[in-house]
Design a protein around this ligand. Sequence first.
Ligand code: PGA
Length: 251
Amino acid sequence: MRQKIVAGNWKMNCDLEETKTLLKALKSKLDSVDPAVNLIVAPSFTNLLPAVEMLKDTSIEVAAQNMHPKPNGPYTGEVSAKMLSSIGVKTVILGHSERRKYFGETKALLNDKVNTALTQNFKVIFCVGESLAARQDKQHFQVVQSQLKGSLFYLSKKNWEHLILAYEPVWAIGTGETATAQQAQEMHAFIREEIAQNYDQQTADQVTILYGGSVKPGNAQELFSQKDVDGGLIGGAALNADDFLNIANCF
Ligand code: PGA
């Protein structure tokens, strides 16, 4: 079902003490957020278990930022879906542009990861988005279309109930530059149309599509007021409890 979601991607930030401080601050002000808005936080692997424990009596969900497609084996440094499940994490962010860029994650690998995650009953937040060069070349729709085709359009219709998409133009991530509400809406509508064409309108209408890229309390309202923008995937501003919660109040 289409939901209002504000998810915080903490990236490689916050050690254990900082994680606890941030979560404590979020918990103490949680009453200020409309219960219809679903909050998700994605700390680093080492802080997932403490986050699950600290948030167990709240509505805030904990997500991992990555996951290996194989169940176990000789993959030094990696973490499997089973390991995440065993500590109570059932949501994972996949396809973030930083994973694609710095860790060489291809569409085929992401296809594998998504498959594993869904088979293991995870909810997946799948990121797509074009580079600045692609936007300047007016190739942004083609890039996003090919990311969807390469990693997701082989899925069954039923799988889409467990998928959340995040449109994150690479040029807007961590740069302070946000897509205009119009640019976001245009791409979100395009993504929904692609899903409708590959599946059906009902499937397209129920998919939650988040916008990500320099979302802040000052620009979230305009972005979230767009017809096809169902919330945000927040990086930098998610590291400040007030900013994160203020963003959640921008619907
Ligand atoms: P940003 O990051 O909000 O710091 O731009 C968003 C993201 O990478 O998910």
